[in-house]
Write a protein that binds this ligand. Structure first.
Ligand code: GDP
Ligand code: MG
Length: 162
């Protein structure tokens, strides 16, 4: 089976935006999961000739669960299903309690985690990523889903673990 990349992170950091960018025009197979969500959460893609599938765990609805339980559940799905996990955070808001909570869960797993700091829309904002070293997941990579910046850096790191 082809390698799987899972996108994890608290709501509103830009997971779906990054997912759609990464899937882009290269989607070959998209499956909706009946009864789980109406959102597109699985896509196939490729980077530098390496094929992989992507899961947007934020699209998995668990409406009855409290906020922290939902993101915990999403992280657990990523740990079970993925070969590489991308933790998405936001450079605009900085490190939040929810980011720290998810980072701890991912840290305890033995899965490789890539730390993406989204919403770094211009070069002046790149210094906003340094505080994310505190999550203990290594080098934070500045990205902008809406401007299409930094996705190649994230995917370069991801395919190293395939
Ligand atoms: P999700 O809840 O993590 O899936 O986040 P979404 O992808 O739905 O994005 C949440 C909000 O952040 C939307 O209003 C997006 O337009 C916005 N957004 C996403 N990526 C970026 C980015 O790189 N820069 C900025 N400024 N806004 C972004
Ligand atoms: Mg989303």
């Amino acid at each position: 089976s082809i390698p799987t990349l899972a996108i994890v992170g608290r709501p509103n950091v830009g997971k779906s935006t990054l997912f759609n960018r990464m899937a882009g025009e290269r989607i070959s197979i998209v499956e909706d999961v009946p009864g789980v969500t109406r959102d597109r959460i699985y896509a196939h893609s490729e980077w530098l000739g390496r094929e992989f599938s992507i899961i947007d765990t934020g699209g998995i609805e668990m409406s009855d669960e409290p906020f922290m339980d939902q993101i915990k559940h999403q992280a657990q799905i990523a740990i079970e299903e993925a070969d590489v996990i991308i933790l998405v955070t936001s450079g605009r808001e900085g490190v939040t309690d929810a980011d720290e909570y998810v980072a701890k869960i991912l840290y305890k797993s033995d899965k490789p985690v890539i730390l993406a700091v989204n919403k770094v829309d211009n070069p002046e904002m790149r210094s906003d990523v340094y505080e994310f070293y505190s999550l203990g997941l290594g080098e934070p990579i500045p990205v902008s889903g809406s401007h299409g910046i930094g996705l190649g850096d994230v995917l370069d790191e991801a395919i190293k673990h395939f």
